[in-house]
Design a protein around this ligand. Structure first.
Ligand code: PEP
Length: 243
């Protein structure tokens, strides 16, 4: 299994800026065929990703989706719209969406089912709020992931990617979780999913020791990936560590 290295660009980059970003990134990661790489821009730049990344070894996708097929949901985006733009991955349940939009695990489950129905790969984000022992963290994220995956068939569930993103390790001023903590939580999450990736303050320094843990199948990179050079450097580390 190739390491899965991705980023969600959050509410960053205009479409014009994203075009420059995609061009630089696709060139930098072109030699890294031993990694599976994806980027999730804002909705307004997905068409740019399709135009700039087609034919490269970078997949693209979305940071959210509506659980319904179509209809009266002003401002929302359906799974069919994402498929039409060539999306492969859809992130669901990021802690910022849970915080800003009140998303629950039950809502995550509906979205995951919709992504699976449309043959895309859901990335379910789970994570505990407060730093503690790995056993307590695992207990929390297993509950989140079980509910988030509860509406898919057994076969479907194997297609889900779980992103373990401890909330205390994400964002400005935070530091990545300890590799041993990450490894322990990932090995536990593997009872639910084949691929478990880690997110939270990953950079070119923290990436290697985290990837060296058994059970870590890839990385979900935030701030560091806003610089395509750093993102490519992390992917290169993954290619080396996991090959
Ligand atoms: C994230 O918010 O999903 C994330 C991984 O962010 P960062 O790497 O900036 O902590």
């Amino acid at each position: 299994m190739r390491p899965l290295i991705g980023t969600g660009l959050k509410m960053n980059l205009t479409s014009s800026e994203a075009a420059i970003y995609f061009d630089e990134l696709s060139q930098l990661v072109a030699p890294l065929s031993s990694c599976e790489i994806f980027v999730l821009p804002s909705f307004t730049s997905i068409w740019v990703a399709r135009d700039r990344l087609r034919g490269s070894n970078v997949y693209w996708g979305a940071q959210d989706v509506h659980p319904n097929e179509a209809g009266a949901h002003t401002g929302d985006i359906s799974a069919a719209m994402l498929v039409d733009l060539g999306c492969s991955f859809v992130e669901v349940g990021h802690s910022e969406r849970r915080r800003d939009h009140g998303e629950t695990d039950e809502m995550v489950a509906l979205k995951v089912r919709q992504v699976l129905r449309h043959e895309m790969t859901p990335i379910i984000c789970v994570g505990e709020h407060i730093r503690g022992r790995p056993e307590a963290a695992l207990d929390h994220v297993l509950r989140q992931a079980r509910t988030g995956m509860s509406l898919g068939s057994e076969a479907d569930r194997r297609r889900v990617v779980i992103a373990y993103e401890p909330i205390w390790a994400i964002g400005e001023g935070a530091i990545a979780a300890d590799p041993a903590h990450i490894g322990a939580v990932h090995r536990g999450l593997h009872q639910l999913a084949t691929r478990v990736i880690y997110g939270g303050s990953v950079d070119p320094i923290t990436a290697g020791p985290i990837l060296a843990q058994t059970g870590v199948d890839g990385l979900f990179v935030g701030r560091a990936a806003l610089d395509p050079k750093q993102f490519a450097a992390i992917a290169a580390i993954a290619a080396r560590t996991k090959s």
